[in-house]
Write a protein that binds this ligand. Structure first.
Ligand code: HEM
Length: 119
């Protein structure tokens, strides 16, 4: 078993590993695109090698589509009384100990009057 949890928190592998810096995965000039398909063990969410996930292309496409759709259709707002808590709990996989609660508002320009009245 490869301990991906430890690798992704190792300061010798990642600069400021606990900071939220999504741009760390964006290729800069002259760099290769960061692969999450198993060739780069700094981050291998689908495993690697002979038993790598056969559904990785479908999984990545689907999750990308969900996230893009949710961001495109809704404005996401924090709840003041409920700050984001990134504490973890290990179940089947590593989950948020306190589930994320957020307020969403439809991006109204994209809704018809009939849709708006039902929101
Ligand atoms: C974001 C979505 C997904 C993630 C993060 C994910 C992750 C993983 C991981 C980490 C493994 C273990 C790989 C290893 O042992 O090295 C795995 C195995 C597997 N995944 Fe996925 N997976 C996803 C989606 C899917 C989908 C959509 C399917 C099927 C349609 C699928 C089917 C499988 C199967 C059958 C295995 C076992 C492969 C084997 O042991 O030979 N996965 N997945």
């Amino acid at each position: 078993m490869v301990n991906m949890w430890a690798i992704s928190r190792d300061p010798e592998v990642w600069v400021d590993p606990l900071e939220f810096k999504p741009d760390r995965f964006v290729a800069r000039d002259g760099e290769m695109e960061f692969s999450v398909f198993g060739s780069d063990l700094r981050l291998a969410p689908f495993g690697s090698g002979r038993r790598t996930c056969p559904g990785k292309a479908l999984g990545l496409t689907t999750v990308t589509y969900w996230v893009a759709s949710l961001l495109h259709e809704y404005e996401w707002l924090p709840l003041d009384e409920n700050a984001v808590d990134l504490s973890e709990v290990l179940r089947l996989s590593c989950e948020m100990a306190k589930p994320l609660v957020a307020k969403v508002r439809p991006r109204c320009g994209r809704l018809s009057p009939a849709q708006l009245s039902s929101v």
